[in-house]
Write a new protein. Sequence first.
Length: 342
Amino acid sequence: MIWTLAIIAAATALASAALVGLVRVQLLRHDILDRPNERSSHDAPTPRGGGLGVLAALLPAWVAIPFFLPAASTADTVTTAFWVIPLAALFLAGISWVDDLMTIGPLPRLGAQFAAALAGAFLIEGAVFQGLLPGPLDMVIAAIGWVWFMNLFNFMDGIDGISGVEAFAIGIGLLLIGVIGALPLDATHGQALAVAAAAAGFLVWNWPPARIFLGDSGSIPLGYLLGWLLLSLAANGAWQAAAILPLYYLVDATITLFRRIARGEKFWCAHRDHFYQAAIKRDLSHARVSTAIALVNLLLIGLALFSVLADPATLWPWLALLAAVILVALLLVWLAGPRKPA
């Protein structure tokens, strides 16, 4: 089984690198470029839409893995999710690709995202919030959080390497929870490995200096697939781990959102106010910032594993979450840099 997963992962990574390269050639040929402006963190026109190549490699692996690893349960909802989740990701990729080419407005985008999230939330086995909310409300709040995760994954995709690093780290963390954690290894852990492999293939082209960007057509469906895996983990009782693995993205994006709302800004518009962008504005390189985030993510993986291995009846899972919050806070302080003298 392990060798089968390793072969699928290697094939997915190689296919992702190859297909992203082919997509890049076509994007250049058709002049589909992300051109620098005052809100950009890059200096040269760069093809956007590399997510199409990533998904072309990832989705076949995602569908194939349940044939080699058992599902978490045999319920009808799990069988339905086998097809609904990848098809919903494909649907979101199509909507987002149109938005990459021509702005279609926030309402159609959000409508499509909520439809995909509600469909997925209905299929999650178990209560995401562990019984704290009644069934229908648990599903609705999970869907709202899922939509936010999709969009923050898109918002945070603003410098070279960052989203490839984040997707790879979350995927590897989820896999390790299945391999050495307290939860049994099932298809979702193999699918997490496929996400990590596809992200690794993309990083061949996106590591600084980036030669292609994900675009909305990559970041939104990737956020959707990772959201499904994280919510499934939370519904399995390991919600501290589900919060720890993507914690840097969650905190940076959420704090930035509320800061912009408090300042009365149009928070839905593009900007350069994220903590990682502050680091770029003070002349740290894309590679240095993405490497720092990768190192913090490595520590977050360790804390997530500790939280699932610890006795859930003790304070240890909560202490792991607290340690993760402190770690991310230290990263944000470093990214923001020293305060300017008054």
